[in-house]
Ligand binder design. Structure first.
Ligand code: PLP
Length: 413
């Protein structure tokens, strides 16, 4: 049967709409390409670890750009726990938590995480992005205020956008500016100071002691995002709050299972019981998204158990970090941050960062250049991330490759 005129017209309009959309999207993509900020994706053909295989590169590649701080992503016990959970509990729940998506392993992991962070309760999310998206809207209303470090992670910024509290942004790690904003927001009912514990682009640690002093002075709560700290910062790896001696003064912690804690996926909030209870009732990414899959829960639980059982794992990345930082500094490179395994090799120019990263890969070392808009203009860098799974030889090989590449590009002599 031939299509009627109405159908023919609808199809024509449909074609016109998609053609228009394609042209708008192609234009946008071209702007990204010409702006030099295109983010390509290299394809890994092995499991995550210090040594990987990368599509298009021959042989073993040294990996220095994963958040696999403790080397647990492919730890045999972590992998085994995932397999066991998969066999016993299946691939997934086909449900959100409150319908029929809560298993005993979800409750067990929540209890272990609360214990690990020494907080009353814990709630799991599919990611820390979701935990950040789901927190502020539930906790804060129009009578409240949120005071946020200007360099906080994108997911915090998005989460804050979703809430109706008054917004105050303070200069990066600037306690004077935070105090000014605390004074300005004094009429609010509740105030929440929000900061990354460690900032992922520079590896710099928030001045939590000063933040807690000010928060107490002005009657505010403190929230930290510990994605780049949980598992390895502080003597027992509890995080920046432990490192800086303020575990009992920080009220709410969000973190991820997708970095040091096994690296699979998932995020969580730990804090006071009434807050966690309310999040279970109202937090949209929790209420309207699937439960964490059992294998993911199994892997994360084993990672947390390993950390609860011994402080050695938490300590395993420190010496390696300092080996890399010291050798690179001796060679003439500028490394930002202090003792954190995020070691940004500062280069300034975006093109230089990208060319050097490509040359490093040719020497068998996988690192990534970061440039605007991920970092400020003129502050391009190669962000190196050290893992406890790197050997001293791996680190020395990376330093040698940096020296060779740096000489080629005139960065070091
Ligand atoms: N917060 C910070 C500081 C992060 O670095 C990240 C991940 O890059 C997230 C939140 C999001 O974590 P997830 O990967 O669990 O969504």
């Amino acid at each position: 049967m031939l299509p009627c005129n109405t159908c023919r017209n609808a199809t024509r309009w449909g074609y016109a709409a998609i053609a228009e959309a394609r042209s708008v999207l192609e234009h946008e993509l071209e702007t990204i390409r010409t702006g030099g900020t295109w983010k390509g994706e290299r394809i890994i053909t092995s499991k995550q670890g210090p040594h990987i295989n990368v599509d298009g590169s021959r042989g073993d590649i040294l990996n220095f750009c994963a958040n696999n701080y403790l080397g647990l992503s492919s730890h045999p016990q972590v992998v085994e726990a995932g397999i066991e959970a998969l066999k016993k509990y299946g691939a997934g729940l086909s449900s959100v938590r409150f319908i029929c998506g809560t298993q005993d392993i979800h409750k067990d992991l929540e209890q272990k995480l609360a214990k690990f962070h020494e907080r009353e309760e814990c709630i799991l999310y599919a990611s820390c992005f979701d935990a950040n998206a789901g927190l502020f809207e539930v906790l804060l209303g129009p009578d409240d205020a949120v005071l946020s470090d200007e360099l906080n992670h994108a997911s915090i910024i998005d989460g804050i956008r979703l809430c109706r509290a008054k917004r105050f942004r303070y200069k990066h790690m600037d306690l004077n500016d935070l105090e000014t904003q605390l004074k300005q927001s004094q009429s609010s009912r509740m105030r929440l100071v929000v900061t990354d514990g460690v900032f992922s682009m520079d590896g710099d640690v928030a001045p939590l002691k000063g933040i807690c002093d000010l928060a107490e002075q002005y009657g505010a709560l403190v929230f930290i995002d510990e994605c780049h700290a949980t598992g390895f910062m502080g003597p027992r790896g509890r995080g920046t709050d432990e490192l800086l001696g303020v575990m009992d003064r920080v009220h709410i912690v969000n973190s991820t299972l997708g970095k040091a804690l096994g690296g699979a996926a998932g995020g969580y909030t730990v804090g006071p019981k009434p807050l966690i209870d309310l999040l279970r009732q109202r937090s949209r990414p929790y209420l309207f998204s699937n439960s964490l899959p059992p294998p993911v829960v199994g892997c994360a639980t084993r990672a947390v158990e390993l950390l609860l059982a011994s402080n050695e794992i938490a300590q395993s990345v420190g010496a390696k970090t300092m080996r890399f930082r010291n050798k690179m500094t001796e060679a003439g490179f500028t490394i930002s941050g202090s003792a954190h395994p995020i070691c940004p090799v500062m280069l300034g120019d975006a093109r230089l960062a990208s060319l050097m990263a490509d040359d490093m890969l040719k020497l068998g070392v996988y690192v990534i250049g970061f440039s605007y808009p991920v970092v400020p203009k003129g502050k391009a860098r190669i962000r190196v991330q050290i893992s406890a799974a790197h050997t001293d030889q791996d680190i020395d090989r990376a330093v040698d490759a940096f020296i060779q590449t740096g000489r080629k590009h005139g960065v070091v002599s």
